[in-house]
Write a protein that binds this ligand. Structure first.
Ligand SMILES: Nc1ncnc2c1ncn2[C@@H]1O[C@H](COP(=O)(O)OP(=O)(O)OP(=O)(O)O)[C@@H](O)[C@H]1O
Length: 689
């Protein structure tokens, strides 16, 4: 999805006005320029750079380039495969994917042949330096100086001769918090794609994760996140810890979270971060290596932790099982985040709703019978929780539960995630290879979330695995027998996807031997029970006495349309509990987030939800409230045909919609996860409508 011509014209006019102001009148434009661009223009002017400069600096010679590549060998090794994946995604847009070193020298690029010729005229080629000091404002050089992702479009480039480019770049940081390089996508400004920066950020997150894992493959790694389902995802925080509990590496998520400065001079030890001793955590992890531990941090919050690389005798499984594990000092029985004492089971999910009960009864009947289960339902209704409960209640409950969200990882990575690969089978592959999810799930359950979003090619391979009950990792000739119970979930109506030709009919019959549909929260009759369960969990996490809720708010909850379902309700309760003063133990209207009001749940006939009547700030209508269903609806019909090249816009739209669904429509949380500001996200959402 390219930028609309009218929007593009408007943006270009604004920038050319800003240029006139800045270059001809010598003044600072008050509007129209993003702050990083303005800062960069000012740096360039202060450095004496002439915007009309046409002097070309020769690219570095072969020996110099080879030295630079040697210095960044690890970066290149891990970036290669990712760049190829990215290039496949953007092939149709006529752009280049570029990797530069910490000084802005291009180390490697993959490009559309038509564009490469023009790009080479401005030295977008290996060996060329895009240091801002000489090249003026440009995505690579400016991202280095800003230490943050930037997008430089057309005439925002300081040098006039670079005005035909549109570039998006993000810095890559290593485990010490130091710059390791820059990843960039550049193209012709007339083909500007709106979502390029999102793709660059996502790719950089993946690259940072790979770099971290490679650097600390032999160390103990601590992965953590306040929400269990994010442990194992790109959003997890990662620490590498030596045998004495000293922190020797932290990924950017962990750095930001813990407020760690670059370098490791002042890095805290495990014991200064967590209340539980390092040795104790290792002992628990050694006994149950695939389980998540719920640990309390010294600063007060609790996080789900997975210990990796410690006394393992079998391959690492990144998708953890939720198991009873509470903060050490928590009083009373341990809780999991899924509303149960200990492990969640089908019995513990029964909270009184008749439709849910039907689903539970049907699922129980196929247990132990090797019949694949398909769980349907809107986002956030608890499909994954149901799948875990199904696993925990059956004969395989001692085996692993391994989850893969087919919609959350780039299309080209699904294959290696599912099937695994042998070392060196493609550029960017880990030297030691990787065990795929299918193999990890051997003896247990594989949960494929959003199966409806699995690419067609992958569907064929999955079908083969299900028929042959064996898997052949990428680059291997050997097939390995796998014994898995398959549970799939989707928010789409799979039968429709079959009719549209985006889901194979033979696979459809394989995965949906039994379909259960989970009702949306707005149609459930047990909202009260769920609210009380969630409150109980929050009270345990907060280590306070029991928490209550005013009848007025409970009433409101029972009437609210909950477009984000249980996930949204859970978030709302978490926020409300966080807003309670120390001496308060009852949630009232004043503790509810403002975004909750003014939503109509996407149903044209329903009245907007009214805030419970209390004296407080005037009702607030979140601009996003109405956009959640609209954005999701906008996405569905435009899902690309199988095999069709996807535009950057489509990829970004999908990323936004997925994240918005995952965070239950919470714009701040979505913006944080997408790595953009709230304003940017609002702007993008506004354009979706
Ligand atoms: N009955 C319940 N009681 C308590 N918490 C629940 C319940 N159902 C779901 N949740 C919580 O709501 C959140 C969303 O659940 P889950 O991830 O299983 O939904 P989903 O349908 O798989 O969502 P998506 O389609 O977006 O992947 C999770 O944090 C889960 O623990």
């Amino acid at each position: 999805m390219a930028v609309l011509p009218q929007l593009r014209d408007r943006r270009e006019n604004t920038i050319s006005d800003a240029r006139r102001f800045f270059f001809e009148l010598g003044q600072t434009p008050e509007a129209g320029l993003a702050p990083p661009v303005l800062r960069s223009w000012q740096r360039c002017r202060n450095g004496g750079l002439d915007h009309l400069d046409a002097y070309m600096i020769d690219p570095a010679g072969r020996a110099q380039l080879s030295d630079a590549r040697d210095r960044s060998a690890r970066l290149l090794e891990h970036a290669g495969g990712i760049m190829e994946h990215v290039f496949e995604q953007i092939r149709a847009s006529g752009s280049m994917v570029i990797l530069a070193d910490t000084k802005g020298m291009i180390l490697h690029c993959l490009g559309d042949p038509d564009f490469v010729g023009r790009a080479q005229r401005v030295a977008l080629q290996p060996g060329a330096s895009w240091d801002e000091t000489f090249r003026g404002t440009n995505a690579i050089g400016t991202a280095i100086l800003e230490g943050a992702p930037v997008e430089i479009h057309g005439a925002e480039h300081y040098l006039e001769r670079n005005g035909f480019l549109t570039c998006s770049a993000a810095p890559v940081f290593n485990a010490q918090g130091c710059l390791a390089g820059v990843l960039d996508i550049s193209g012709d400004s007339r083909n500007n794609q709106r979502h390029t920066l999102g793709l660059v950020r996502l790719s950089v997150q993946l690259l940072e994760k790979r770099l971290f894992e490679a650097e600390f493959a032999k160390e103990i790694r601590i992965a953590f996140h306040p929400r269990p389902e994010y442990v194992g995802s790109l959003q997890e925080a990662l620490l590498a810890v030596d045998a004495d509990g000293r922190i020797v590496g932290a990924n950017p998520v962990a750095r930001e979270w813990l407020g760690l400065a670059a370098g490791l001079a002042d890095a805290p030890s495990f014991g200064t971060l967590f209340r539980t001793g390092f040795g104790q955590v290792l002992d628990r992890a050694a006994n149950a290596p695939d389980d998540l531990l719920l640990l309390e941090m010294r600063r007060g919050d609790a996080v789900f932790v997975q210990v990796r690389g410690h006394r393992r005798t079998r391959p690492e499984v990144h998708a953890p099982r939720l198991q009873e594990a509470a903060p050490e000092s928590a009083k009373g029985p341990a809780k999991t985040s899924d509303g149960s004492k200990g492990r969640i089971t089908l019995d513990s999910l029964a909270t009184g709703d008749a439709r849910l009960q039907l689903a539970l009864d049907r699922a129980r009947r196929v247990q132990g019978k090797d019949i694949p289960l398909l769980i349907q339902g809107e986002s956030g209704v608890g499909k994954e929780l149901f799948a875990r409960a199904f696993h925990n209640s059956g004969v395989r409950s001692d085996g692993p539960f391994v989850a893969l969200n087919c919609a959350a990882i780039p299309e080209n990575l699904i294959e290696s995630e599912l099937f695994g690969y042998v070392g060196g089978s493609f550029t960017g592959a880990r030297r030691e290879g990787a065990v795929g999810k299918l193999q990890q799930a051997h003896g247990g359950t594989l949960f494929l979330d959003e199966i409806g979003d699995m690419p067609l090619g992958m569907q064929a391979r999955l079908l083969r695995v299900l028929q042959e009950r064996s898997v052949t990792p990428i680059g291997s000739m050997k097939s390995i027998p796998v014994d898995i119970s398959l549970v799939c979930a989707t928010h789409r109506v799979l039968r429709d996807a079959v009719k549209q030709g985006v889901f194979r009919e033979d696979l459809y019959y394989r995965v949906n031997s039994l379909t259960v549909t989970l009702p949306p929260l707005r149609e459930r009759t047990d909202v009260r029970r769920i609210v009380l369960n969630l409150l109980e969990i929050e009270a345990a996490d907060r280590r306070s006495g029991p928490l209550g809720i005013s009848e007025e708010v409970m009433d409101f909850f029972e009437r609210y349309p909950w477009p984000g379902n249980v996930r949204q309700l859970q978030n709302v309760i978490r926020v409300a509990v966080a807003l309670l003063d120390d001496n308060e133990d009852e949630i009232a209207s004043i503790h509810l987030p403002e975004e909750l009001f003014g939503i109509d749940g996407g149903d044209d006939n329903s009245e907007p939800a009214a805030r419970p009547a209390v004296a407080m700030a005037p009702a607030y209508t979140s601009p996003f409230a109405a956009a959640v269903p609209t954005a999701a609806a906008a996405l569905a019909p435009s899902a690309p045909a199988p095999g069709a090249p996807r535009s950057l816009d489509e990829i970004e739209l999908e990323a936004i919609t997925t994240v918005m669904r995952e965070v239950g429509g919470n714009v701040s949380a979505a913006a944080r996860r997408l790595g953009v500001s709230r304003n940017t996200l609002y702007r993008k959402l506004g354009k979706l409508n």
